[in-house]
Design a binder for this molecule. Sequence first.
Ligand code: SF4
Ligand code: FES
Length: 248
Amino acid sequence: MNLTLKIWRQKNASDKGKMVDYKVTDISEHMSFLEMMDVLNEQLINKGEEPVAFDHDCREGICGMCSMYINGEAHGPDRGVTTCQLHMRMFNDRDTIYIEPFRAAAFPVIKDLVVDRSSFERIQQAGGFISVNTSGNTQDANSIPIAKDAADEAMDAATCIGCGACVATCKNSSAMLFVGAKVSQYALLPQGQVEAADRVLNMVKQMDEEGFGNCTNTGACEIECPKGISLENIARMNREYMKASMKG
Ligand code: SF4
Ligand code: FES
């Protein structure tokens, strides 16, 4: 395949940034999207030009780093995959592909396609954990019975990889799907009950302080989420928040 790429280039956080056109040739349909980007960068390095900065780590849909907005969709045109799992067979010869960073006020661009998602980390630090006594008398995990349905739902919520596609997709830049998943994964389990009220209040407070917008139930986040995180998690977070607020 021969392709035209229109890529967002931005030197640093304060640079205005602009779309720049590139051509890549002989791209195999079996390549991943990031391998295609590697080909482009090799080409740029050989010409003495600055390669395009983009985030990646695992390249297998686990780390949530590869935050690219491709042809107007977070993680591109395929469903249930991250950018690193996207294959070039989703595109056609002579296509023009638009590649931009995830855009949200709470995800400022660092360089080119790399954004700062430390706001997600601060939300996690505000309550996305359970405190376990590790002084030698820790209870065996298997000694607490958990209903299969609850374990399955908690596991589904825990598959959120913190990629930020939900935020980038939402017209309000809301982080409710991410925070809903992180609250739910503990709210569904007995181990999460002790700190449940503080968790939801603190995580939502941090989410608001980071500048994420409100949820208006459009559901775009659920569609673009590579892990299929359900909107039910937002509803559960709202219920948890209500319960915690009434406790006072
Ligand atoms: S909810 Fe989905 S889209 Fe949002 S951060 Fe988690 S995995 Fe990514
Ligand atoms: S590089 Fe890890 S999820 Fe894409």
